[in-house]
Design a protein around this ligand. Structure first.
Ligand code: FES
Length: 96
């Protein structure tokens, strides 16, 4: 089996799907049967924010408006624009 993106809430595995380098985290979630909240789908609003637990989700050279250095240090990633590579574990944040 190839690399997987796994989605957790706490210790619960909600779903998983094979990693596809050209797809965003939101698209991976859909393939895993999960719907991440989205609004702008352009990295501005932060609605789709998830937490990177393990693995690699590359950051853009210039942080989008929906992220800042503090959030990134906390593991925040934006599902609508960011793409995982390899094995990645993601925590889905509870709705605010
Ligand atoms: S949906 Fe707005 S930042 Fe992702």
């Amino acid at each position: 089996m190839g690399p997987l993106v796994r989605f957790f809430r706490g210790a619960t595995l909600l779903g998983q799907t094979p990693t596809k380098d050209d797809q965003t985290l939101v698209e991976h979630a859909l393939e895993a049967g999960l719907t991440l909240p989205t609004n702008c789908t352009s990295g501005t609003c932060g609605s789709c924010m998830v937490t990177l637990l393990d693995g690699k989700v590359a950051l853009p050279d210039v942080l989008p408006p929906g992220l800042d250095d503090f959030l990134v240090d906390e593991g925040a990633r934006l599902g609508c624009i960011q793409r995982p590579s390899g094995n990645v574990d993601i925590e889905i944040r509870p709705p605010i």
